[in-house]
Design a protein around this ligand. Structure first.
Ligand SMILES: [Zn+2]
Ligand SMILES: [Zn+2]
Length: 275
């Protein structure tokens, strides 16, 4: 079973349960964020962006490659943080040996703050997150043309005339569209402007009530709902999709607590991604 959701023209689907499984597909960008668990319908997705090596985010890597190799699909691009690169390679070599056939894949070391192209108009960057093991979130950017400041007040006729004269009216800018946190403490948000400005943000929110308080959440490298709402004014995102809720909370309790605690400034912008 998977959750399907949509914000404007961007669809996303998958599952996320804290400590159990997380994987979110964004068809628009042909990207799968994490693969903690496996969904056969997603074998065709060519780009896999892995946040960290915990099993609830990464256990599906060998199976995904194995399935694609058997189906003779193109080698997928699997982006991982630098710290887990060598060990992931070793695991994949061993599994290929166990299964008795060649695994076909591109495993890519993905340093933070570095551009990786997805297509001509889109790239992504990894940004450091703070967790118990090396981890990183990902931000996808669209390259868009934006009218230069000096031309903002012109009317259509004047713009048309300048265009005709060959004047370059726009700048090419990079617009952060989607950020995906993986597992992290709240610093991921506080430290990265592109994450705060992303149109859509997938944000981990493992704990939501006092039985596991903020200190406990931080001790385990996670974020508590109270921290997100405490910093509510920092988030410039149009949509914030909360993921990775602990299995200790019943679904209706999550919805109720999130609804009751949401500060005015975030009303209408918070979604819960619950399977
Ligand atoms: Zn996790
Ligand atoms: Zn983790």
């Amino acid at each position: 079973m998977i959750v399907k959701a949509k914000y404007l023209d961007t669809e996303f689907e998958g599952f996320s349960e804290g400590g159990v499984r997380t994987s979110v597909h964004v068809p628009r960008y042909k990207v799968l964020f994490d693969i903690g668990g496996f969904n056969h319908e997603k074998t065709h997705v060519e780009n896999l962006l892995v946040t960290h090596g915990h099993m609830d985010h990464a256990c599906g890597i060998p199976f995904y490659i194995s399935q694609r190799s058997l189906q003779k699909l193109k080698a997928p691009n699997i982006y991982v943080n630098e710290a887990m690169f060598e060990n992931t390679k070793k695991i994949l070599d061993l599994y290929s040996e166990i299964e008795g056939f060649q695994y076909n894949y591109n495993l890519i070391k993905t340093p933070v703050n570095t551009e990786f192209e997805l297509n001509q108009n889109t790239f992504f960057k990894a940004y450091k997150t703070t967790h118990r093991i090396p981890s990183q979130g990902y931000t996808i950017f669209d390259k868009v043309q934006k009218l230069k400041k000096e031309y903002l007040n012109l009317d259509a006729n004047e713009i048309h005339q300048l265009k005709k004269n060959g004047t370059i009216l726009t700048d090419l800018i990079s617009k952060p569209m989607i950020s995906f946190s993986g597992d992290t403490q709240i610093e991921y948000i506080l430290d990265h402007e592109d994450v705060r400005n992303s149109k859509i943000l997938f944000m981990e929110c493992t704990y939501i009530s006092d039985d596991r308080n903020v200190a406990r959440a931080r001790e385990w490298g996670h974020t508590h709902l109270d921290e997100i709402f405490h910093h509510a004014d920092k988030f410039k995102n149009e949509k914030i999709v909360l993921i990775h809720f602990s299995k200790r909370y019943p679904k209706n309790k999550i919805r109720e607590i999130v609804k009751n605690k949401t500060p005015d400034i975030l009303k209408g912008r918070i979604e819960t991604f619950i399977i």
